[in-house]
Write a protein that binds this ligand. Sequence first.
Ligand code: ADP
Length: 545
Amino acid sequence: MIVQFTLLSKLIVFLINVTGIALIITILAENVRPIIKKLFIVMVVLMFLWVNMAFLARIVEETEIGLIFIRVAWSITPLLFVLIYTFIVYFIGVAHKYRHFTIFSFIVGILFVFVTALSTLVIRNIGFVGDVLVIEYGILVWLFFGIVTFYTLVNFYFLIKYCRDKSISKNTKKKIRTLLIGLSILFVANAIFNISGPVFFNIFHLYEFGDYSTIVFMIIIAYAIVQRNFFDIKVVGTSFLVSFLGIFLLADALFFSRDTQQSIGKLLVFVIYAPFGLMLIRSVIREIKQKERLQELTSRLKEIDKQKDEFISMAAHELRAPMTAIKGYVSMLMDGDAGELSDTAQDYLTDAQSVTERLIRLVNNMLNVGRIEEGRMIFHEEVVKVSDIVHQVFVSFKFEAQRKKLEFGMNVEDGVKETSYVDSDRLTEVIGNFVSNAVKYTEKGRIDINVKQKGRRVLVEVVDTGPGISKAEQKKLFQKFYRVESAVGKTIGTGLGLYISRLLIHKFGGEIGLDSESGKGSNFWFDLPVVDEDYKSPRKVEETA
Ligand code: ADP
């Protein structure tokens, strides 16, 4: 008698097998304890046997063979429940407390495998009523159901007990709750389809759905194992596809061949396919592991970067107050507040003043970088004449340029429209950075600061006859901490000046850049939009309204 299995059932069994293999592969790829991996794999294998044997029992022609299949399927069930219990205690991490009970459970489970598989005590016989397989139970069937029910209750007991235990971590508790959901689904499905249906209501044809529910439980267990970031979709996808094709080839070879010859041919295809499929999965897993490592390193790097920024900001903060004090005292000495000074003393103090100013600029840059990047900087924007600021900077660098015997000029184009809406202190810093660099890096020749018109924009250039910068280095110049190779170690600097200048100029709606060639000096420039003298920002207008 051949049972006409519905296409849906065939498809479900096929998908259960595919999913089972995909789950095993996924768990193998995960970084979990070996005992958890082993228990999971054995559980899935037992589930395979259970589902497939029960399925085969219904499609084989001879009832005697069907009986063997059904007995094998049934023999595995109690052992599977024992394994679920073992998995749970290992998963929670309390296995050592219940060692004796675990050993006892395995003895009972294995004993029942033999009793069910080899005797008529649990299943006496099977028969078919129409298309439906009906089982004649043996006298020990109640013991069989008893064991399954007992371990189901034990599993619930452990999960609920440790879900409330204070010594269990929050994360583990979340996983335990996930397992509880899985176990409940398995329990309800089995209670309805495998037990109540056939035993109390003589409904046998839905029996297989109880078996099928196991796969749902396995998926949930796998999810609980890897919960950290759900399954990696790439591993799951690849495993699923490879398993799908593998089982399809195998099933085709075993069940849908015309004769042995064709079957062997198809098996050969499967044998060739299998290692390639596994290789594909392994390469995906390797790639994912590398990606994970990269992510880990990146986040560590970000953390270190943050710590470094915090340190810079803290150090700069601590340095600024004493430096401002030094600057004040030097200026008082130079003004003669402590009495008449010799020319040599005046010279020394001029040096001290310019060095202190350079250090203050450096510290300000260090402090500002964090503020600007994090949007903490407060800007006091107003309409200013750009050449006024340029002039201020020009004056403050006159001495230093003189000392280096550089010619130093400032040129404002006739009739230039140069009112711009900016924070004048910040613009002073930008021009200061440009001019300070020009003075610092130029050994002989001249430096010019030009203010020009460029359409509706005002253009400021700082042109020097210094070493110039190669095209390759120009690209990186405005990046954070970038310093031209030849400058490193020779001059004081942080590589922050140009980076901050770029951020500020962009903030004010301008462009920044440089024209330079190695050995031929540099022209650092920026432009800013010109506004009318009575310009008010839209925000300010709103505030005063
Ligand atoms: P710092 O001067 O603190 O090193 P900057 O961001 O101001 O940092 O400048 C970055 C690099 O650009 C400097 O290290 C220097 O090598 C190069 N540089 C800047 N201005 C000039 C210039 N006028 N001439 C030659 N090189 C310059």
